[in-house]
Design a binder for this molecule. Structure first.
Ligand code: ARG
Length: 413
């Protein structure tokens, strides 16, 4: 075989835009296209079907990867350990899937001798940043290409291109929403949701049922070992199975629906709907187990680390030095995060009702107001005196300078 043409590896979902991108990249750059499709638990079409479609649309090779366990173990579990929530709300569903896909894009680029990696993101979102920063973090020699952004691949053009070339892809059924989903959750945006006064309608949701009409309450016990869920109701589970089972059970109760206006990286605010029943239930349980097992100062500091971690991950810095350093801190905190959390799942809420841990810092005899109290209350007096001392000194100075707090008068005589 002679020297082959330049090759481009394309992140391929099997949808209209990326199907058209296969031929369009070829026409515009003269390169051969290798597609990469990664299963991160998004459901839908079989990967083999997607692979065949890529070849039918002109790809020279089509790489598929079942990355469900990898995604759960190496991306969802660190997000759980971090209690990763962007803006205190969004469990980073799309943000953690991109680095997983990136890892496979780079593997494929090496395997098939590609110099460029392409993706189907627009020029307005976060995902383009996550792909491109991720790719160059793992492989600084690779070039990135976004056909939608760089090669004017608009939606209308894609439809006419697909029809003209008879591509084996549906062009009539146009979903009004832009959806991204995986086992950690589902993101829904655009369409009438762009008017931020419009309430989401029923058809927006697929992972969750309406919390207003829940089935009977569902009690669940989640067992963690060093921050990782290892059993549900006493049955051993892998991280993937834990997420899947809780997606089902918490989803049936309408848990994990999120509707927020979010600060995107490119500066705009956007309206996002998410549903993440398994993720939100696990985070709730994990946080409570941390309340029981983490030292107070460690816990306080970890909340700050978690905020920063979430921002970094949201902003495409999964493979960055600071994110790695924060992971080292977070991992260290998880050593004693082991035990059981009992929750009632019902009507949109996962409510903790019990905790049990061999590595707990909760000391019944210190906490109790009943018999067996081992807390020495007499030492509280000196503690309060010293803790309040700096404020007391400052207050005395205020009084001396006529600036004491006016506490008013009462009309009681
Ligand atoms: N705004 C969310 C994020 O940045 C969701 C993105 C979803 N992507 C999509 N192509 N619909 O993580």
């Amino acid at each position: 075989m002679s020297e082959h043409k330049d090759r481009v590896v394309l992140a391929y979902s099997g949808g209209l835009d990326t199907s058209v991108a296969i031929g369009w990249i070829g026409e515009q750059t003269g390169a051969e296209v290798v597609t990469v499709s990664v299963d991160v638990g998004q459901g839908g079409e079989d990967l083999e079907v997607i692979r065949q479609r890529a070849l039918d649309c002109g790809a020279v090779e089509a790489y598929i990867a079942d990355a469900r366990d990898e995604f759960a173990n190496e991306y969802c579990m660190p997000a759980l350990a971090a209690n990763g929530l962007y803006m205190d709300a969004y469990p980073l569903v799309s943000a953690i899937s991109r680095p997983t896909i990136v890892r496979h894009l780079v593997t494929a680029a090496r395997q098939f001798g590609a110099t460029t990696v392409a993706h189907g993101c627009t020029g307005k979102g976060n995902d383009q940043v996550r792909f491109e920063v991720g790719i160059t973090s793992l492989a600084p020699d690779l070039t990135c290409l976004s056909p939608v952004r760089d090669l004017a691949l608009t939606r209308d053009f894609a439809i006419s291109y697909a029809n003209k070339h008879n591509l084996p892809i549906e062009t009539t059924h146009h979903n009004p929403f832009s959806i991204d989903q995986n086992v950690w959750g589902r993101a829904i945006e655009t369409g009438y949701l762009e008017d931020i006064w419009n309430a989401p309608t029923k058809d927006v949701y697929t992972y969750t049922d309406d919390p207003a009409y829940p089935p009977l309450p569902d009690e669940v016990v989640i067992t963690f070992e060093a921050g990782i869920p290892v059993a549900i109701d006493g049955r051993k589970v892998t991280p993937l199975e834990a997420i899947q089972e809780l997606n089902r059970r918490a989803g049936a109760q309408g848990i994990g629906r999120i509707d927020i206006v979010e600060d995107r990286m490119v500066g705009i605010k956007s309206r996002e709907i998410y549903e993440a029943p398994g993720a939100m239930t696990l985070i709730e349980a994990h946080r409570e187990l941390e309340n029981v097992t983490l030292d107070r100062e460690q816990a306080r500091f970890k909340r700050r680390v978690s905020d920063r971690w979430s921002e970094l991950v949201y902003e495409g810095q999964w493979f960055s030095p600071l994110k790695n350093s924060l992971d080292a801190f977070i991992n260290d905190t998880q050593r004693y995060v082991s035990g059981d959390i009992r929750m009632t799942l019902h009507g949109g809420r996962a409510t903790v009702t019990g905790r049990r841990s061999d590595t707990s810092l909760y000391d019944f005899n210190l906490a109790t107001y009943d018999e067996g109290d081992s807390f020495d209350q007499s030492s509280a007096r000196g503690f309060i005196e010293i803790t309040g001392l700096t404020t007391k000194l400052a207050a005395a100075r205020d009084v001396a300078f006529g600036r004491g707090v006016d506490v008013g008068t009462t009309n009681l005589s």
